[in-house]
Ligand binder design. Structure first.
Ligand code: F6P
Length: 749
C-alpha cells in the first residue's frame, strides 16, 4: 500500500521536473503571440485617428491618443518613430530607447529588447505616410504579465501534478486496500465455507476457486493419508478429532431398523436392557458413542415405550448416555410387511446366495415404502440443521436416501449396505428393482463391504437405470445428482469392550468346560451367530460329522458348541432352520456319541457379548462358515478375543472377512469333506503356528477397526461436502455472470 503511494508521488515529481521547462516556454510563446495580437488590435483600432492626426501634424491630438492607449495595463509606452527618430512618446518610454530597437515591419512580430537592464517586447506598425518619409507607431509591452502568467501556469502545473500524484497514490492505496481485503476475505470465506459447508453468495474468481478446490482436496487427501499412516490405531479419539477437524459443527444422525439398546420387561416384572445380536449394532454403537448425535431406530422392546420421553427419545448407553436414541413405533402390520416381508423374505434371500427363494408381495412392498417414508420423516424431524450427515444402515431402508434427499437436499447421506449385493441378473428378479436402486441413489456415498459388491451394484445400475456411470471414480450420476460407490470393510471396536473383565484364558477354559459338562482336556470348537440360513450352521455340523468319519481319533476328544440366537422366528424359513439344526445335531450326536460324550452342543439362546467372548477364549477353534456374507464380524470378534494369540479360525471363503483375514484356514462350506479335514488341521496346529497366524490377524483387526471404517466414510463425506460447496460457489458465480459452464454440466439422466 505504502509502496504504491510512494511510487505514485515519485512518478509525479519526475513528471514535474520534465514538464516545467516545456510549460514555461509554451507560456512565453503563447504570451508573445498574445502581445502581437493585442498590438495589432490596438493599432487597427486607433490607426485612422493616428494617421489623420499625424497627417495634420496635430501633435496634441497624437499625444492625447497615445495617452489613452497607454492606459492599457499591458502597454508600458507608445511612441512615434519618424525616419528612425523618436519624435513623440508617452511618459513610460525608457530614456535609452532608440527607434533602431523597433522591428522594421509590423508583421515581423514582437522583438525583445534590453532597456535599462530590463527586457521588454517591442512591436511596430507602419503608418501610411503622406510624404516619402518612414513613420512607425512603436508599442512597448509590459512583460510582467508574461512572467506572472508563466509563474501561475507553473504553479498550476505543479499543484495539478502533486494533486494527481497524491490523488493517484491515495486512489492506488484505497484500491489496493479494497482489492486486498476483498481477496483476503474471499479466500478466508472460501476456506471457512469449505470447512463448515456454509452457503454464501459472494463468490471468489474462478481461478481462486480452482486453487481452493485443489488445496482443499489436497489438504483432505493429505489428512486422510496422515490419519491412515500416522494413526495406525484408530480409536474413539482419532474419530472424534477427524470429525471435529474435517466436519466441524456437523450433526450426525444414524438411521437403522435395529435399535442399539432394547428395553424388555422380564417375567419378574423388572426391565432389562439388552444389546441385540446384530453385526450392525456391534459395529455402529461404539462409533455413535464417539460421534454423539441421534440414532433413529424401530423401538422393538416390550418396555421401550416406558423408557422414552414425550418425544420418544432416550439417552444411551443407559450407564453413561452419550447420544440420543429416537425410537420409531411400528404396528404389527407394518412390521410384517416391511421387516419380515419385503426386507427379510424378499431382499435378504435375494442378496445372499443361500438358495432360499426370495418372496415378493405387493402388499409388503407398500409397507416397505411407507415405513421408509416414516424413517425419512423422523430424520427431518430430528435434524437441527438443513445439512446433517445421515448414516443410513442396511437393506431395510433402501428407499429412505431418496426420500431424505427430497426433503433435505443439502444433507450428506451415507448409506451402508451391510449384506452382499448380488450380480445384476440375480437382482433383476426383484419386481421393484428400479425403485430400490433409485432410492439408494439418493445417497451421497453408498458403501459396501467389498469392491466386488460395489462392482455388482454398478453393473446393476448400468443394466436397469438411465444414468451416467463413471468407472474411474466409481460414481453414478442420476438426474444431476452424483453418488459415489465405495468399499468400506466394516469391523469391530478395538480393544473390544467385551474383553474387559475377562478372566485369563486358562481359567476360562476350565470354567467353560465345567459349565458345558466337558472333560477338562477336551478340545473345543465354537460357532456363534443368529439362527440364520446364510450362516452355514448345518454345513459346519456336517463338517464335524465328516471330521469324525475321517479322523475317528477325535471321538471323545473334541466337542463343537454352536451358539445360535433365535431370530426372525415368525418366518417359516428361520423356524425350519432351527428345527433342522436341532434334528441334525441330534442325529450326529446319536451316530458318534458314546459314554456321555456328544460331539455337538447346540445352545439356542441369545448370549450377551461378554458370554460370547468367554466362549471364544475357552475354545481351540472357531468356525465361521457362512454360505454368503457381507463381512461376518464374528470372525473378527474371535480374533479380538484372543489376546493370548492362540486359537484357530476356520473361515468361509464366501464371507467378506476372508478378504482381510487370510491367515485363517479358508474353507468352502459346501464341501463337508474338506471342512472335516480343515477342522482336523486346526486341531493339530501347533501353538507356534497358531501364534503366528493369530498375531497377524490381530494386527489386521486392530488397524482396520470400526473407527477406521467410520472415519473413512466421514472423511470421504467431508471431502464431498467441500467439493459440493465449491461447485455450488462456481455455479452461483456463473449464474450471476450469466455464463453457465456447459462442460461442467452433468448430462440429464
Ligand atoms: O447384515 C445384516 C444385519 O443387519 C446385520 O447387521 C445383523 O447382524 C443382522 O442383519 C441383524 O438382523 P436383524 O436386525 O433382523 O436381527
Amino acid at each position: 500500500m505504502i509502496r504504491y503511494g510512494g511510487l505514485a508521488v515519485l512518478i509525479s515529481a519526475l513528471v514535474i521536473v520534465v514538464l516545467l521547462p516545456f510549460a514555461t516556454s509554451f507560456v512565453e510563446s503563447w504570451s508573445r503571440r498574445d502581445v502581437d495580437l493585442r498590438s495589432q488590435l490596438v493599432f487597427n483600432a486607433a490607426r485612422a485617428q493616428i494617421e489623420d492626426a499625424w497627417a495634420r501634424g496635430d501633435a496634441a491630438a497624437l499625444e492625447a491618443l497615445f495617452g489613452r492607449i497607454a492606459t492599457d495595463a499591458r502597454i508600458a509606452a507608445i511612441g512615434l518613430c519618424e525616419d528612425g527618430a523618436l519624435t513623440l512618446a508617452t511618459g513610460g518610454m525608457p530614456a535609452g530607447f532608440g527607434c533602431d530597437a523597433a522591428p522594421a515591419d509590423g508583421a515581423a512580430g514582437p522583438r525583445p529588447v534590453a532597456l535599462d537592464g530590463e527586457t521588454a517586447l517591442v512591436t511596430a506598425h507602419l503608418l501610411s505616410a503622406p510624404g516619402e518619409g518612414d513613420a512607425r507607431l512603436v508599442l512597448l509591452h509590459d512583460l510582467a504579465f508574461i512572467e506572472e502568467r508563466a509563474g501561475e501556469t507553473r504553479m498550476a502545473l505543479v499543484l495539478a501534478l502533486v494533486g494527481v500524484g497524491f490523488g493517484g497514490a491515495a486512489l492506488a492505496s484505497a484500491l489496493s486496500i479494497i482489492v486486498l481485503s476483498r481477496w483476503r476475505h474471499s479466500v478466508r470465506q472460501a476456506i471457512e465455507d469449505v470447512r463448515e459447508g456454509r452457503s454464501e453468495d459472494d463468490t471468489p474468481s474462478d481461478t481462486q476457486i480452482g486453487e481452493e478446490i485443489k488445496s482443499a482436496l489436497g489438504e483432505l487427501e493429505l489428512a486422510r493419508r496422515q490419519i491412515d499412516t500416522v494413526h495406525t490405531i484408530w480409536n474413539p479419539d482419532t474419530l472424534q478429532v477427524a470429525l471435529a477437524n474435517e466436519l466441524p459443527g456437523s450433526e450426525v444422525i444414524v438411521v437403522s431398523n435395529r435399535e442399539p439398546y432394547i428395553h424388555n420387561r422380564k417375567e419378574d416384572g423388572t426391565i432389562q436392557v439388552q444389546r441385540p445380536a446384530s453385526g450392525l449394532v456391534s459395529a455402529l454403537e461404539p462409533v455413535t458413542r464417539a460421534c454423539g448425535g441421534t440414532w433413529i431406530a424401530h423401538g422393538s422392546g416390550s418396555a421401550d415405550r416406558e423408557a422414552v420421553d414425550e418425544h420418544d427419545r432416550v439417552g444411551v448407553p443407559p450407564s453413561k448416555p452419550s447420544y440420543t436414541l429416537r425410537r420409531l413405533w411400528l404396528s404389527d402390520e407394518e412390521q410384517d410387511g416391511y421387516y419380515y416381508g419385503f426386507a427379510n423374505e424378499g431382499l435378504w434371500p435375494l442378496c445372499h446366495i443361500a438358495f432360499v427363494r426370495p418372496i415378493f408381495r405387493e402388499s409388503d412392498w407398500r409397507f416397505y415404502r411407507s415405513v421408509n417414508e416414516r424413517f425419512a420423516e423422523a430424520v427431518v424431524a430430528e435434524a437441527k440443521r438443513p445439512d446433517p450427515i445421515v448414516l443410513i444402515q442396511d437393506y431395510h431402508l433402501a428407499l429412505a436416501p431418496r426420500m431424505i434427499r427430497d426433503r433435505l437436499p443439502s444433507a450428506t447421506i451415507i448409506t451402508f449396505w451391510h449384506i452382499p449385493w448380488p450380480n445384476s441378473e440375480t437382482f433383476g428378479i426383484c419386481p421393484w428393482r428400479e425403485e430400490i436402486v433409485d432410492g439408494m441413489l439418493g445417497s451421497s456415498i453408498l458403501g459396501f463391504h467389498t469392491q466386488f459388491h460395489c462392482n455388482n451394484f454398478l453393473d446393476t445400475v448400468d443394466r436397469f437405470m438411465e444414468s451416467r456411470i463413471d468407472r474411474e471414480s466409481d460414481s453414478i450420476s442420476l438426474a444431476g445428482h452424483e453418488t459415489f460407490v465405495r468399499p468400506y470393510p466394516i469391523s469391530i471396536d478395538w480393544p473390544p469392550a467385551a474383553l474387559e473383565g475377562q478372566a485369563p484364558v486358562p481359567e476360562t477354559r476350565v470354567t467353560v468346560r465345567e459349565r458345558l459338562g466337558l472333560a477338562p482336556d477336551i478340545k473345543l470348537g465354537v460357532g456363534i451367530e443368529r439362527f440364520d440360513y446364510t450362516k452355514g450352521i448345518l454345513d459346519r455340523m456336517r463338517g464335524v460329522d465328516a471330521l469324525l468319519d475321517a479322523f475317528p481319533e477325535w471321538k471323545g476328544r473334541f466337542c463343537f458348541a454352536q451358539v445360535a440366537a433365535p431370530t426372525r422366528a415368525k418366518l417359516a424359513s428361520y423356524r425350519n432352520l432351527q428345527a433342522e439344526a436341532e434334528e441334525l445335531a441330534a442325529e450326529i450326536n446319536a451316530r458318534h456319541g458314546a459314554d456321555g460324550w456328544e460331539p455337538i452342543k447346540l445352545l439356542a439362546r441369545h448370549h450377551e457379548p461378554d458370554e460370547v467372548f468367554e466362549l471364544f477364549r475357552a475354545s481351540d477353534l472357531c468356525i465361521v462358515s457362512s454360505l454368503h456374507d457381507g463381512m461376518n464380524l464374528v470372525a473378527k470378534e474371535f480374533v479380538a478375543s484372543r489376546d493370548d494369540e492362540q486359537g484357530v479360525l476356520v473361515l468361509s471363503a464366501f464371507a467378506g472377512a476372508s478378504r482381510e483375514l487370510s491367515e485363517a484356514l479358508i474353507v468352502n462350506p459346501y464341501d463337508a469333506y474338506e471342512m472335516g479335514r480343515v477342522i482336523h488341521r486346526a486341531l493339530t496346529m501347533d501353538a507356534a503356528e497358531q501364534r503366528e497366524r493369530m498375531k497377524v490377524m490381530r494386527e489386521q483387526v486392530e488397524a482396520r477397526n470400526v473407527y477406521r471404517w467410520a472415519g473413512q466414510m466421514l472423511l470421504d463425506a467431508a471431502r464431498l461436502r467441500k467439493k459440493e460447496r465449491i461447485m455450488r460457489l462456481i455455479e452461483a458465480k456463473e449464474r450471476r455472470s450469466g455464463r453457465p459452464n456447459e462442460r461442467r454440466r452433468k448430462p440429464a439422466a
